[in-house]
Design a protein around this ligand. Structure first.
Ligand code: FES
Length: 496
């Protein structure tokens, strides 16, 4: 068996070497490919065309392909493991896939656009042909400000400690380099660049002071859309594109969530939906076509791996899911390599299993009395990690409860719960419910990947008023200011 096998991705023109036996989902999710049904083989959105090489199809995949009326050149990426060199065409890049697995209907326009999701942990950008919606290129990188702390509070503190200029320089330089790389590879006429991100990223990128976000009531007067000229950003090769950083909804609910609302189309539906983004900052949105309320929680970045002793994001080496077989935890590691740490979806799985098998109690205590649980020879889950999980889970669950109370509805009135976040593709829905993170039936839950990026791509085709319409319906709630927040939060810490 070869040491490494090569995957060539079309139309991106990228090649990547991985260990034989690596599931394709581990590779493709890094390129912004979404897996809407989470690998159940029902949506067909992860379909890929095998241009060269071999990808074995088992009996189950054969059936699924038949049902989806796909001929023998096609595979479902969520079912495939790579055993030898292959060349693939990513079909999803021919369309913008929405949260409900439909494709985005757009008015074709001249030119090309770039959508950028400026995440606290990861920055992702895609180059889109505005005439046909095809994605020509996709780049994902760790945010260049990461050395200044993993969460928003540390970034704000760094800014206030005299590093504002450096943080701004780094993120601008990173995004400009991404754009340059894409344009050098695909020399096209760029007419629009749209950035979305949380309020802190919006402020730092745009040159707005972050001090107002550092103390109660955290009100920034500058949440609006920011426009830039190519020269200001040092984009020399590009002639007069429109460049926007889209507006934030509230102090800690940014345009990434505005884009998420667009991607789920929740602002157009009569029935109520919930959108939960388990990113570095946990944000919650509940609403319908009349009214939307949203909040950010103090969930912190536990689900992105920070604050967990061996936490990491959903990338090569992360335990992304865990099963329980023969009385043992059986972790799956992204990239089929040795485990280096655990990401959010793995953490949720292991917590659910430990609860199910009574290895932890309702207060999160490890029943054996040890201070850690061994996942692999190299990866341990400590008692402190379990506490961090409880804090993050309680923050989300309490946030949802308070927003539901405010709208005077319950989970029963909710038609769909959308879960977004970098590790969304790997989430096990039953385990989300088992841990008490979300308290509804599993068939209401739709797990998504990067709704911020999907929404940003939609914004490339729309005028600003589309985003403004969502903004006008949306109210931001400060959870900490709610009198019953502490009581509900403490109640939700329990693992029952
Ligand atoms: S068929 Fe839905 S993700 Fe693969």
């Amino acid at each position: 068996m070869p040491d490494k096998v090569q995957i060539t991705l079309k139309p991106l023109g990228e090649s990547v070497k991985v260990n034989p036996g690596t599931p394709l989902i581990d590779v493709l999710h890094e390129y912004g490919v979404e897996f809407p049904c989470g690998g159940k083989g029902t949506c067909g959105s992860c379909k890929i065309k095998l241009l060269e090489g071999k990808l074995v199809i088992d009996e189950i995949q054969q059936q699924k392909l038949k049902k989806l009326k796909l001929d023998r050149n096609w595979r479902l990426a969520c079912y495939c493991k790579v055993e030898s060199d292959i060349t693939l065409e990513i079909s999803q890049f021919d369309n913008i896939i929405l949260a409900d697995n439909s494709t985005f209907e757009f008015k074709p326009q001249k030119g090309f656009g770039i959508a950028v999701d400026v995440g606290t942990t990861t920055v992702v950008s895609q180059l889109v042909n505005l005439e046909n919606g095809h994605i020509l290129d996709s780049i994902s990188e760790v945010n260049a400000q990461s050395g200044f702390g993993s969460d928003l509070i540390s970034r704000i503190e760094s800014c206030l400690n005299g590093n504002y200029g450096e943080l701004q320089k780094r993120i601008r330089f990173q995004i400009v380099s991404m754009i340059d790389k894409m344009i050098q590879k695909n020399p096209v006429h760029l007419s629009k660049i749209i950035l979305v991100g949380n309020t802190v990223m919006h402020h730092i990128f745009s040159g707005i002071e972050v001090e107002a976000l550092s103390f109660y009531p955290f009100h920034s007067p500058n949440l609006g859309i920011q426009k830039f000229k190519a020269e200001e950003l040092n984009l020399k090769e590009i002639k007069n594109p429109e460049i926007y950083f889209y507006p934030s909804i509230g102090s800690f609910v940014g345009s990434d969530i505005l884009a998420g609302i667009a991607a789920t189309k929740m602002s157009e539906k009569e029935s109520f939906s919930i959108l939960i983004d388990l990113g570095t900052n946990g944000e919650i949105v509940i609403g319908n076509n009349e009214k939307i309320i949203c909040a950010s929680t103090a969930a912190g970045p536990a689900f992105e791996g920070a604050k967990i002793s061996q936490g990491m994001r959903a990338t090569t080496g992360a335990v992304s899911s865990v099963n329980y077989e023969n009385n043992k935890l059986k972790p799956h590691v992204i990239g089929n390599v040795q485990a280096k740490g655990i990401c959010g979806s793995g953490l949720i799985d292991v917590m659910a299993i430990l609860l199910e098998h009574q290895q932890i109690g309702m207060f999160g205590e490890i029943i054996s009395g040890e201070d850690y649980i061994k996942l692999t020879n190299k990866v341990l889950l400590t008692q402190q990690d379990i506490r961090e999980f409880q804090l993050a889970k309680a923050a989300i669950a309490a946030g949802v409860q308070i927003l539901l109370n405010k709208l005077q509805i319950t989970y029963k009135d909710i038609e769909q719960v959308y879960i977004a976040g970098g590790f969304g593709n790997f989430l096990n829905i039953d385990n989300i419910i088992r841990t008490g993170l979300i308290e509804c039936e599993s068939d209401k839950i739709v797990k998504l990947g990067n709704t911020a990026l999907i929404g940003a791509k939609m914004f490339l085709f729309e005028r600003e008023h589309y985003a403004n319409e969502i903004l006008q319906k949306t109210t931001h709630v400060n959870l900490e200011g709610e009198s019953n927040f502490q009581d509900i939060y403490i109640e939700k810490m329990m693992l029952v």
